[in-house]
Design a binder for this molecule. Structure first.
Ligand SMILES: [Ca+2]
Ligand SMILES: [Ca+2]
Length: 468
């Protein structure tokens, strides 16, 4: 028994070494769904901060000036980045068009409201109002006349922003930021709370203003674990090569400039200063192969891509890519590498259009089981069962000491499982029906060598190589 326990411990230890060096979430089975609330009809920075950092920056607070709720914005330090919180009712803050906004009638003379704040020394929170008519900004001096909020106010404080408009607007855009977005700067910890916004000089408040921030809707965002998603269209797909999910990347139209934009996933992060992906996950192998399965479709002529960057001391020592041509069925791809210098990290990435900003809108890349060969096979199963876990060593083999048994776990029972063991010549040397979640094969009667253990049930098929 002691030998068996030691065998299990040693195999688990080997597996942990393997995953520490491998690609995380290679089967794209792990996603996190974040439910959050947004003030209607505003957009906030929450979608971006959830996608990039898994955190909220704008929240509903019961610390209200009136009614039940107010809105709270906090500049946060996330993953080493300073991220200001934003609330706005145009469709995007990119560019200088500020499309969208809410309808307003009459000529307002001021906007009043209440705020509480704790703005870090050296930082400034911003509240701006843009009036528009026929899509053009009317108060073109808004860049000089926005509200700058400093210091701390622990009690709700009234503010008033006067306007002198030369013509009646048809729509209005309201923007609040917890830091100085105008200077592209901010200090983590700056907090701004707003409540009871209302316009003066008009008979009826805009129907969609929600100035009391009483009206909130529940939103939900499902984001991929371990990989950094870039672009608006990185989504979970049930069109999987294996198990439940794959990742789908779609080239989409950017609402800001109406240009095409590729979607991508990466284990690194794009750094505009060096115009390259930086970061990555720890990796020290010199000879290996990135492999995976993909589908690609495009309404025009386009190509997807996957690539690797081997890095050392913050710079690339090797780059290689695979062009992913249109394929309606799951197609295997691989990127082998054999480098003289030992890397300290690896970036693996994939993109829906190889020409990032010139891709065909609607080009769609679906990828599954993207991994290094040294990680072994990602388990493949069929049907609604949880992840199958098998203990692998770094070479992708289940290495069993002479005195031990091979153990394969399936977290949920799949009924009757046919367990078969094949020798290196492909001869079946053991066959039995198994049930339960733990499947043990006593290898002590067999000679040293390589074996294949295969588990098969109605909706399950799994094979692993064993060395003893
Ligand atoms: Ca999968
Ligand atoms: Ca309120």
């Amino acid at each position: 028994m002691r030998c068996l326990q030691m065998a299990i411990v040693s195999v688990i230890a080997l597996q942990m070494i393997s995953w520490a060096e491998g690609i995380p979430n290679p089967g794209f089975e792990n996603w996190t769904t974040v439910d959050f609330e947004e003030p209607v009809p505003y957009l906030t920075s929450n979608r971006e901060t959830i996608k990039e950092y898994g955190e909220l920056s704008v929240t509903k607070t019961t610390d209200a000036h009136a009614g039940s709720y107010a809105v709270r914005l906090e500049t946060k330090e996330l993953n080493g980045d300073t991220v200001p919180a934003m609330v706005f009712n145009c469709t995007t803050l990119d560019g200088d068009e500020f499309p969208g906004g809410i309808a307003i009638s009459g000529t307002p003379t001021a906007l009043t409201g209440y705020y509480k704040c704790d703005i870090a020394t050296g930082d400034t929170a911003i509240f701006a109002v843009l009036f528009k008519k026929d899509g053009a900004v009317v108060n073109t001096d808004w860049m000089q006349n926005y509200l700058k909020i400093h210091g701390s106010q622990s009690e709700y404080t009234e503010f008033s922003m006067p306007f002198s408009l030369s013509e009646a607007p048809d729509s209005v855009v309201v923007i609040a930021v917890s830091s100085n977005a105008m200077a592209f700067s901010g200090i983590p910890g700056s907090v701004l709370q707003l409540d009871d916004l209302s316009f003066e000089g008009i008979d009826t408040q805009p129907a969609e203003l929600n100035g009391g921030f009483e009206n909130w809707q529940t939103c939900s965002l499902t984001v991929i674990d371990d990989w950094l998603a870039d672009g608006d269209s990185v989504v979970q797909s049930t069109d999987a090569y294996a198990n439940d999910y794959a990742v789908k990347l779609v080239t989409y139209i950017d609402s800001t400039d109406m240009d095409s934009n590729a979607s991508s996933i990466s284990l690194g992060e794009y750094d505009p200063e060096v115009e390259n992906q930086v970061g990555g996950v720890p990796y020290t192998g010199q000879t290996d192969t990135l492999c995976g399965w993909y589908k690609y479709s495009t309404p025009g002529q386009d190509t997807g891509a996957a690539w690797i960057q081997l890095r050392k001391d913050g710079t690339d020592i090797h780059f290689a890519d695979a062009k992913l041509l249109p394929a309606s069925e799951y197609t295997y791809f691989e990127i082998p590498f054999d480098v003289a210098q030992q890397p300290d990290s690896i970036i693996v990435a994939a993109v829906s259009s190889i020409r990032w900003s010139e891709g065909v809108i609607g080009s769609e890349l679906i990828i599954d089981n993207m991994r290094l060969k040294s990680q072994g096979e990602v388990s493949r199963r069929y049907g609604p069962v949880e992840d199958t876990r098998v203990m692998l060593n770094p070479a992708g083999l289940l290495h069993v000491p002479l005195s031990a048994q091979a153990i394969v776990h399936t977290p949920s029972s799949m009924g009757k499982v046919t367990l078969r063991l094949f020798d290196s010549q492909g001869r079946m040397i053991l066959r039995r029906l198994d049930t339960g979640i733990t499947h043990r094969v006593d290898l002590r009667p067999y000679a040293t060598g390589t074996y294949i253990l295969r588990l098969r049930a109605a909706e399950f098929d799994y094979a692993v190589r064993i060395v003893r």
